[in-house]
Design a protein around this ligand. Structure first.
Ligand code: BV8
Length: 231
């Protein structure tokens, strides 16, 4: 029995754009006049935890109101022929709600909270939000289970191991400006088939060996998956 081929998909905010969730660096990358990066930092948390909690409660409401789109669903369809590992920079749960079973969140998950005393103590929020005074079982303030700028990315080693095994590597809806996540492309073996889907593809030199498909993921990805399933 031939081993199933492995597909690794690196996704960013762009794959959730057509679900109505804003991207970081597009024209909609602002919240109450703040750039999103200004609020997603330990410094903002130390300075004004209430504003940071309000920011994530607001984004969590948007995530709960959003639905997976055709791009998320296309990655599930691909599981007919590939073992598909999603490595996402996104903190929403749209890949899981679309039905993807192997999802690695490099930057955390907005629907979970974690202890500020023990980062291993992660608590699913269910339908709740996080407010000042909400405490973990150890008595410390709860924070979003999210990797802020300047914080390490613990899942990076696992993600690199997956990328190194890819027969098919997809980069979908990311500006590739955030490291170490963007560096994942360096772990992909030369033999892998590589595709990059984004409405605005910078000069191809940035990702040698990638087929670049300029377009919205909601249209371009189902079309690519249809072709890949025909091969
Ligand atoms: C770390 C969770 C060290 C929070 C996020 C200077 C140079 C280089 C690097 C640095 C630097 N200064 C600092 C750094 C490091 C920094 C970094 O990379 N900064 C960038 C901004 C320069 N990285 C870090 O801080 C990381 N940690 O380095 O730690 C360390 C090590 C050991 C010990 C201590 C410390 C941590 C980074 C994680 C930050 N957290 N998210 C939250 O979400 O609230 S990152 C954030 O950006 C989101 O996760 C987001 O996913 C991610 C990446 O952005 P994109 O997903 O690419 O989104 P973007 O808006 O940029 O692009 C969207 C794309 O979609 C666009 O291309 C657009 O055209 C496209 N699009 C739009 N519509 C569609 C579409 N595509 C398809 N279809 C559509 N319809």
């Amino acid at each position: 029995m031939k081993a199933r081929r492995i597909c690794v998909a690196l996704t960013g905010a762009g794959i959730s754009a057509e679900s109505g969730l804003r991207t970081f660096r597009g024209p909609d990358g602002l919240w109450e006049g703040h750039r999103l990066e200004e609020v997603a930092t330990p410094e903002a948390w130390a300075r004004d935890p209430e504003t940071v909690l309000r920011f994530y409660n607001w984004r969590r409401a948007e995530v709960r109101a959003a639905e997976p789109n055709a791009a998320h669903r296309a990655l599930v369809d691909l599981e007919a022929r590939y073992t598909v590992h999603i490595v996402t920079q996104n903190i929403d749960d749209l890949h899981e709600r679309a039905g993807s079973r192997h999802v690695l969140h490099l930057h955390g998950e907005i629907l979970k909270a974690r202890s500020t005393r023990d980062p291993a103590l992660v608590i699913p929020l269910g339908g709740r939000d996080i407010h000042l005074g909400d405490r973990c079982p150890l008595g410390s303030q709860l924070r979003p289970h999210v990797v802020w700028f300047g914080e390490p990315v613990p899942a990076m080693a696992e993600a690199a191991e997956l990328a190194a095994q890819a027969d098919l590597f997809l980069v979908i809806g990311t500006s590739l400006v955030v490291y170490p996540a963007a560096g994942l492309v360096d772990w992909v073996p030369a033999r892998a088939a590589k595709y990059w889907i984004n409405p605005d593809i910078p000069p191809q030199g940035r990702l040698p060996g990638f087929h670049c498909i300029a377009g919205p993921a909601g249209a371009a990805l189902p079309e690519l998956v249809r072709r890949l399933l025909q091969d």
